[in-house]
Structure formats: C-alpha cells, structure tokens
Design a protein around this ligand. Structure first.
Ligand SMILES: Cc1cc2nc3c(=O)[nH]c(=O)nc-3n(C[C@H](O)[C@H](O)[C@H](O)COP(=O)(O)OP(=O)(O)OC[C@H]3O[C@@H](n4cnc5c(N)ncnc54)[C@H](O)[C@@H]3O)c2cc1C
Length: 250
C-alpha cells in the first residue's frame, strides 16, 4: 500500500500483490490508467457526467449559530432549504445552468462536536454551482450568508473571518473533486448504478488486475465507505480464485 504519495502513472501502483485498487474520479482514472485499459473502456469513462460543482465558504464565528430553532445546534450537518418548493426551485435552477436566489445549502458545524475546533468556532457551507461554471465570490458569499441569516437572525454579526473555495481550489486541495464536484459525479437515474460505466461488476475493469473505487462507483457520494468496501470485496474474490487458501474480509 502507498500512503501520502500522489499517483501519477499506473506504474506507481505496481505493488507486491499486483492488484491495484484505484481511487479517484473517472477522468483521472482514464489519465492514470490509460496504458492498462482498452480504448473502448477509456472512451466510456470520458462520457461520465459530473453534474454541479460547489462553492465552499468557511467561517470563524464568535459563538454558536443563533438558529431560530435551537434543535439545529444538535446536528453536525444542517441542510438549509426552506420549503420543499424552494429546495426544488434551487435544485432545478442549478441543473438548468442558473443560480438560485435562495440556494439550497449544506452547513457543517464542526465546533459543536469537535473540541479542537472550539477556541475559534468553525463552520462551513456548500452551495451548488451550475455548469458551465459561473460564480462570483462576492455574490455567492452574500447569497449564502443571506440564506443562513433567514434561519438564524444575527448570524452575520457572529462572523470573525471567512475563507472561500471555488471549484478549482477544491480540485487542487483534493484531485478527487474533479472540477469542484464533491460527490464523484452526477447520481441521477442514468448513472446511479452504472457508474462510472455500465458493467455487471462496476468495481472491476477489463483489466483483471485493476479495480476501482471512490464515489464515482456505486452507491456514489454520501454513502461513505461502501464504494471502497465493495471494490475490496471484488478484489478479494479475484485473489481467492487464484489462492489455495480462502481470504476473508474482516
Ligand atoms: C466540505 C464537504 C462537505 C461534504 N458534506 C457532505 C455531507 O454532508 N453529506 C454527504 O453525503 N457528503 C458530503 N460530502 C461529500 C463526500 O465527502 C464525498 O462524496 C466523499 O468523501 C467521496 O468519497 P471518496 O471516497 O470518493 O473520495 P475522498 O473522500 O475525496 O477521498 C479521495 C482520496 O484520494 C486521494 N487522491 C485523489 N487522487 C489521488 C492521486 N492521484 N494520488 C494519490 N491520492 C489521491 C485524495 O487526496 C483523498 O484523500 C462533502 C464533501 C465536502 C468537500
């Protein structure tokens, strides 16, 4: 296993067991795994659809968020959308290449649960961005903060400092966030179970020595760990086939 090492080429993964399990978005895989995979499979990888990117805003606050409903402080992640109609309008605006006036947000309030984050209260917020990418740091920041203020009056007065991350910065921080997409690609009906390509076992590739995981495989982003779990099982099954002793996943 290689830790803390950036993988640039398939050769970097040539480990003793000879069974590389590759993590990363479909496009990066196509680039890195190119020499090990047939053209037909690579072409299908290139057709993978990523969907909306995100704009991320972090704050240092001088106290807990003054939610109108104090129960919100009990959640590590708060989804801010207002009514069902507002959430639907925000989602469809983004998918139609537009910005929503009242964006649907994911807000994490780490300092409620992580004592290391408490000296200066931290929280972060994600907003979906339409494609082709259009965002403006100032107006996105204002739309996000206005939306929180609706449900936590006085919130803006608690802000000590801000940090903004657009799609390019997110990808630089983690190459897995290709184009600022944090969920491994669009998880719509056409791609939920056929990610990154339609295949009986999506964790395998045409190369019997190469397996793939990450949120670009089923069940996608938001079901943490399951993609890797299934990929590992697929690899173990393959090893078992050639090993005299059965190998059990713990
Ligand atoms: C701020 C934020 C908040 C989120 N909130 C939620 C939420 O509330 N609910 C939810 O369901 N999802 C949320 N997500 C999305 C969720 O985190 C992702 O869907 C999930 O982590 C993706 O898992 P993954 O295993 O595909 O990749 P990751 O967890 O991104 O892991 C990929 C790893 O591979 C490494 N890597 C990539 N390329 C290479 C390379 N070439 N060489 C070596 N290493 C490489 C990266 O450094 C990284 O460590 C959030 C994401 C972010 C950024």
């Amino acid at each position: 296993m290689h830790c803390s090492t950036r993988i640039e080429r398939i050769e970097d993964l040539a480990v003793g067991a000879g069974l590389p399990v590759r993590h990363g978005p479909a496009s990066a895989r196509a680039q890195i795994m190119g020499p090990a995979l047939p053209d037909g499979y690579l072409k299908r990888l290139q057709k993978f659809r990523y969907g909306p990117a995100v704009f991320k805003l972090d704050w240092a606050l001088d106290g807990p968020i003054p939610w109108t409903d104090p129960r919100c402080l009990e959640a590590s992640t708060v989804h801010i959308g207002g009514t069902l109609e507002e959430i639907a309008a925000s989602e469809s605006a983004v998918w139609n290449g537009d910005h929503a006036d009242r964006p649907y947000l994911i807000l994490c309030q780490q300092s409620q649960f992580d004592s290391n984050a408490r000296p200066c209260r931290q929280t972060d917020r994600l907003r979906l961005l339409p494609r082709p990418l259009r965002f403006d740091r100032r107006s996105d920041r204002c739309a996000i903060e206005q939306q929180v203020e609706r449900f936590a009056p006085g919130f803006r007065d608690c802000i000590l400092a801000r940090h903004k991350m657009g799609p390019a910065e997110l990808e630089q921080y983690n190459p897995n966030f290709a184009g600022g997409v944090i969920t491994g690609g669009a998880a719509d009906a056409a791609q939920l179970f056929t990610r990154p390509v339609a295949r009986l076992n999506p964790y395998t590739t045409p190369n019997p020595r190469v397996f793939i995981c990450s949120a670009s495989t089923p069940p996608g982003g938001g079901v943490h760990g399951m993609c890797g779990y299934h990929a590992a099982r697929a690899a173990l099954k393959k090893i078992e086939k050639f090993s005299p002793e059965p190998i059990r996943a713990r």
